[in-house]
Design a protein around this ligand. Sequence first.
Ligand code: 0JX
Ligand code: SF4
Length: 364
Amino acid sequence: MDGMSSTPVLLSMPMVPRQRRSPEEVAAAAPVTAEKKVLLAAPRGYCAGVDRAVIAVEKALEHYGAPVYVRKQIVHNRHVVETLEQRGAVFVEETDEVPEGALVVFSAHGVSPAVVRSAEERGLRTIDATCPLVTKVHREAVRFARDDYEILLIGHEGHEEVEGTYGEAPENTQVVNSPEEADTIQVKDPDKLIWLSQTTLSVDETMDTVRRLRERFPNLQDPPSDDICYATSNRQAAIKKIAPQADLVIVVGSANSSNSVRLMEVALEYGAKAAHRVDFANEVDESWFEGVATIGVTSGASVPEILVQDVLRLAAEYGYGTVEEIVTAEEDILFSLPKELRATLKEHGDSSRGLGGRGQRPQA
Ligand code: 0JX
Ligand code: SF4
């Protein structure tokens, strides 16, 4: 790992002591004759946009000192948020909770122009940690709205990213929440129509939504490039390879993390006999191991690798010490830090930069 001097998020939640059944008791409840093993998905965990956003908050704390305000969760991961809170980050829902003149970081999921304006009006200093791949979708929305297109934004209403992208062109945009909605949505002009999407959706479900939209609106245009990002699709591809062999899939990720929840759904669709999402290893219920030979393990794009290692340690205690990594893609994408921060880092002679995928390697 070259030149990265920021402190990675390392603290893991302490295991809550609770009365677990012993590995012997679990094995006795449902004996397993096949070899017990873990298939570990790669890629998994941190993407380049998350890495950059988390480092942005860490660097802001280091160079400007606490408190550093963050609008919404910087990424949708409890451990990351709690760890940054311990270091002096203050997470707020809206910029009007930030004292005038203070520093606020916008989360990786992006913000609408209205949020930027409101921060300006309050004289806030801002660092925009929006992932460049989310910004790309914002630019598409602006451009197609300017050209008088109606935009069908496939995504989940209420998710910050959808609010941000929608806010770029509210007059021209409708949100399509599901394939079913594609069957009923009404448009103004079916010949001047484009679909865009949230970056963290199920690739298959989105294609189903588009297929259903196109049945009704044959002249629907595709986005200039994929809006579902490389990290989302790579993580889904990896779990698709594992799922048919897995008696159980454990996805590490938070409940509000769209891409993590999608991994669980994709695992089930591709044949996993069971799938569960956990924030922390202590949420794994040992009864899930009953009768299980092969466990698939993966993690969402906002999940530090240390949390996966905690799950692997627990699985090993129950006899799943053999871990085979199933690699379906290599990722080497890396984004430079937000521009507002780069100038300050340069002034302070700090040459560190974000390393996409750093979370994929075990952190010592
Ligand atoms: O809920 P999401 O999957 O969009 O966000 P999360 O879990 O924070 O993942 C990384 C940030 C993604 C932004 O596109
Ligand atoms: Fe960016 Fe994709 Fe990561 Fe979202 S999931 S932060 S779009 S790289």
